[in-house]
Design a protein around this ligand. Structure first.
Ligand SMILES: [Ca+2]
Ligand SMILES: [Ca+2]
Length: 458
């Protein structure tokens, strides 16, 4: 009993002390995070970085954050107006971390949850007119309500289809002013940077330390660069962390690779700058020559560790970012002739495939003069089934209209029931290819399409 009493006293004392100290907080502004008061930092993704809800969530997580939670009026107003300053009007509806999720205990039940895992209620929040309307979808976005009578809550919540690509906002905790901001959230003191100890949870305080053979290449403009050169020494670990723009795939080409076979080893990690959270895509040792690797997202890290004897020539390398050469939305016109379309894969030297974590959208319309009463039939090319191996995380969805907001006609994926023909009920169909975390997708997105009703399934 005495122990509990003591604990309560300490807690009561602790908060006023924390408040009177009044430590100033700030955010990693050099990486686009901003502070609005309170205890959190936010970052907005818009334009080409708009994503479906699940992808937006992934991107937030890769920066040690989560989709923003908006739990009070001040946060709603200040975040809404900040997004309005940063983002053009047409891109302003933005996802927050609020979604109806399936409940573990009940197959068909859904419940509303915040991205921090806490339960939410439709009786709370800043719902707009005629909301919450669950018929519209499970994922919540915020939009500006222009009605004057809602002047006191101008930024309101709406349900929507989770596959629609929208802007989104990530959040993470702010840090005391003057701290070093760890890449994946959290902070350490400046004198802990490059001191040889991993103080950030993700070890990012030791990423950019050239004197310790730890190099950080941040290239957000799409240009290529040369990996920092190093001196091949015994018993050392050199790292090259590469961060390119969100929405691109980082790549590296290691040249003239020569190391002591099985003893001095380069490991290539993708998906994160923290090897403990990243995926290994390659290990090199011995006389290898030139090899290329790419990430499924904009982050990768190369770690080269040597043992205590024998040094050889090592390697050099270049890095850069891959972005889709064509637009991510293609438009096709269907007529009464069956036509074939293959989405072009991305190619760089030996690396061919779809970029990871991207959405490729095809919109097919009938010829204008035949628009009334016409439908579209799409057949997955049955002769190319072998090339149509979707990897985990890849899927293709067919929508009855020009966007992911329309009714789903079907879904093709590794574990789905695959079928080969779908038909719209109107003059437009859209097809979404979503690539997952795999590195070199074997998927070949090839279809036959035609205006008309006859089934093409053989
Ligand atoms: Ca350190
Ligand atoms: Ca060695």
């Amino acid at each position: 009993m005495g122990g509990i009493g003591k604990l309560v006293t300490l807690l009561l004392l602790a908060s006023p002390i924390a408040l009177t100290v009044g430590q100033l907080l700030d955010c990693d502004t050099s990486n686009g995070w901003f502070y609005l008061g309170g205890s959190k930092c936010y970052k907005v993704f818009a334009g080409n970085n708009r994503r479906a809800y699940a992808r937006a969530k992934d991107i937030c997580v890769s920066y040690g954050s989560r989709l923003a939670t908006i739990k009070d009026q001040f946060e709603s107003d200040s975040l809404g107006s900040k997004v309005s300053q940063l983002v053009p009007e047409s891109e302003r509806p933005f996802y927050i971390g609020l979604k109806r999720e399936l409940r573990d205990t009940c197959v068909a039940c859904k419940e509303l949850r915040w991205s921090d895992g806490s339960a939410a209620s439709e009786l709370q929040g800043f719902w707009g007119d005629n909301q919450p309307n669950e018929d519209l979808g499970d994922c919540v976005h915020v939009y500006k309500n222009e009605e004057t009578y809602v002047y006191d809550r101008p930024y309101t919540f709406s349900y929507g289809n989770c596959d629609v690509q929208r802007s989104f906002v990530c959040e993470r905790m702010a840090a005391p002013t003057g701290s070093f901001h760890c890449f994946q959230g959290g902070y350490v003191r400046q004198n802990q940077v490059c001191d040889g100890n991993s103080d950030c949870n993700d070890a990012s305080d030791e990423l950019n330390c050239p004197s310790r053979c730890h190099f950080y290449h941040k290239e957000l403009t799409g240009a290529n660069g040369t990996l920092a050169s190093f001196v091949y020494r015994n018993a050392q670990t050199c790292t090259w962390a590469i961060e390119t723009a969100v929405g691109t795939n980082a790549f590296v080409e290691l040249r003239d690779f020569t190391s002591e076979e099985s003893a001095d080893i380069a490991t290539i990690y993708v998906g994160s700058l923290d090897p403990t959270r990243a995926t290994v895509v390659g290990q090199l040792s011995g006389t290898v020559g030139t090899r290329q690797f790419r990430s499924f997202n904009n982050l990768m890290i190369i770690v080269f560790s040597t043992d205590s004897e024998i040094t050889l020539s090592g390697f050099s390398g270049i890095y850069g970012s891959l972005s889709s050469s064509s637009g991510l939305v293609e438009y096709l016109t269907a007529d009464q002739t069956q036509r074939t379309f293959t989405v072009s894969k991305f190619t760089i030297a030996t690396i061919t495939g779809f970029m990871g974590q991207r959405d490729y959208v095809l919109v097919i319309k009938t010829q204008e003069q035949y628009q009334l009463g016409q439908v579209i039939t799409v057949e997955v090319d049955a002769s190319k089934v072998d090339a149509f191996q979707l990897n985990d995380g890849d899927y293709i969805m067919f929508f009855d209209g020009d966007s992911a907001a329309d009714k789903v006609l079907g879904k093709l994926c590794n574990t789905c029931d695959n079928y080969f023909t779908v038909q719209s009920t109107k003059n437009t169909m859209s097809i979404l290819l979503r690539t997952g975390r795999d590195i070199a997708s074997n998927s070949n997105f090839r279809i036959k399409y035609q205006q008309g009703k006859e089934s093409l399934l053989v």
